[in-house]
Design a protein around this ligand. Structure first.
Ligand SMILES: *Cc1c(COP(=O)(O)O)cnc(C)c1O
Length: 454
């Protein structure tokens, strides 16, 4: 029985899988933040390259990966799929547990899968600089890595609490030639407004997005780039699930359960969409697809499915998604990459329609799971990833109780080698399990914009 299931370089996918045409009905369109009318491609042109706008709304099932992008992805792809023999034995479960390891990329997560594609299309369309936000620092380091490969400058607004917690992520961005600024900052009007209201704010992804969008919108040579949530980002991540399908087929397996952690939904989309496509076509009706989120930022499990902004200032289009309200500032947990008030509109729709389901966990229990994983399989996972590990362990334990031999697949979205301060806090007994008060969630939800006809 194999431990490591590998593909050859020429088995790396040549196309991205677009789930949009396989949805039973079209997604509700994004709306213009000013007029409330459905967006047209021209609305996005000031901040995105045309090709990404096309991909965002495409009805083609497969979109070719440009060879310049493939050449760079080949630096670490195809990524390994592991059978977690030692974890299975430790749990005493009859289940087969597999994990796809995206931590082998240079920045250490799945994020460069889309960063490289986005930097490429911006370069092709003559853009000189990209502005973006980063929470835990993984997206910032992935985009810094990708932009310097294509000779673009990069400005990164990093959520202030993470900037203090994760100094080495900032150092990586510097090595890869990017400028990293703690957010909220005084560089933008959006940042200045937040600082006036609350000078001690820990910042949030929603605020940092406002800053980066404003920077891009006010500089003609600069575009904006988003590391999650949007359809084209989910699209670029589907190399993960497509590889998993090949790898599992090579050992005569197909998953019964597919699991991923969810911040904005991109790594979860990446591993699950190719399998969700099978389910939507009626081929695998029993497939259980599980999105895992923190109890302190319970977007899919406690949010509303409605139109909301992607950022605090209301500069982004309105997206139909699960949301906790665009001005929701989640507690500063260690899984910084999961602190976002909204979620991918596609993932939201699939959860809303029951094609996928969502669960939430507290941070101390996910760190217990991460420790178990490190002591059996060896990899010290990112705090974000530990949510998926926890769900996989729970599924495997349920199999032990019920005597089921399910095949469980989860996405090991990144390593935690730069997150050791979070592990230190865990061992010092300093992790707080925030159950975000329902009252605060209800208040934030009451400030969601009212859109006529929805
Ligand atoms: C950013 C990040 C996440 C969360 O983002 P998604 O878009 O939901 O995937 C999860 N895991 C790791 C390692 C990350 O860097």
């Amino acid at each position: 029985m194999k431990t490591k299931i590998l593909l050859d370089e020429d088995q790396m996918p040549r196309q991205w899988y677009n789930i949009l045409p396989d949805l039973p009905s079209p997604l509700d369109p994004p709306l213009h933040p000013g007029t409330g009318k459905p967006l047209v491609p021209d609305d996005l042109k000031p901040i995105f390259p045309m090709e990404l706008i096309r991909q965002e709304m495409s009805d083609r099932k497969f979109i070719g990966i440009p060879s310049e992008v493939r050449d760079i992805l080949l630096l670490w792809r195809p990524t390994p799929l592991f059978r977690a023999h030692r974890l299975e034995k430790h749990l005493g479960t009859p289940a087969h547990i597999y994990y796809k390891y995206e931590g082998v990329s240079p920045p250490g997560s799945h994020k460069p899968n889309t960063a490289v594609a986005q930097a490429y299309y911006n370069m092709k369309e003559g853009i000189q600089r990209i502005a973006t936000e980063t929470g835990a620092g993984q997206w910032g380091s992935a985009l810094a890595f990708a932009t310097q490969l294509f000779g673009l400058a990069c400005t990164i607004y990093m959520v202030r609490s993470s900037y203090a917690q994760k100094p080495y992520r900032k150092s990586m961005m510097q090595v890869w030639g990017a400028e990293c600024i703690p957010s909220p900052s005084t560089r933008t009007k959006a940042g200045q407004a937040v600082l006036e209201r609350d000078p001690q704010t820990t910042g949030s992804l929603g605020i940092a997005i406002s800053e980066a969008v404003e920077d891009a919108a006010t500089h003609p040579d600069t575009n904006y780039s988003l590391g999650s949530v949007l359809n084209h980002v989910c699209l670029h991540q589907t190399v993960i699930g497509q590889e998993c399908r090949e790898q599992l087929a090579s050992v005569d397996e197909y998953p019964d359960v597919v699991i991923g952690c969810v911040g904005g939904g991109s790594n979860f989309a990446g591993i699950s969409f190719p399998f969700a496509g099978d389910k939507l076509k009626g081929k695998r009706k029993d497939l259980d697809i599980i999105a895992v989120e923190p109890a302190s930022c319970p977007t899919l499990t406690k949010g509303l499915y409605t139109y909301d902004y992607g950022d605090v200032a209301g500069l982004t289009p309105l997206l139909k998604m699960f949301t906790l309200g665009h001005d929701f500032v989640p507690p500063s947990i260690h899984a910084g990459g999961l602190r976002y008030h909204g979620d991918s509109p596609i993932v939201s729709r699939l959860v809303h329609d029951g094609v996928m389901r969502a669960v939430s966990y507290h941070q101390s229990e996910v760190f217990d799971a991460a420790q178990t994983f490190a002591r059996t399989e060896g990899i010290i996972v990112a705090p974000e990833t530990s949510h998926a590990v926890k769900a996989a362990i729970d599924e495997a334990l349920a199999c032990r109780r019920n005597g089921q031999t399910k095949t469980i697949l989860f996405n090991c979205s990144g390593h935690g080698n730069f997150d050791m301060s979070a592990y230190d806090a865990y061992y010092a007994g300093q992790l707080v399990d925030y159950e975000y008060p329902d009252k605060l969630i209800r208040e934030a939800l009451s400030r969601i914009p009212r859109v006529p006809g929805t």
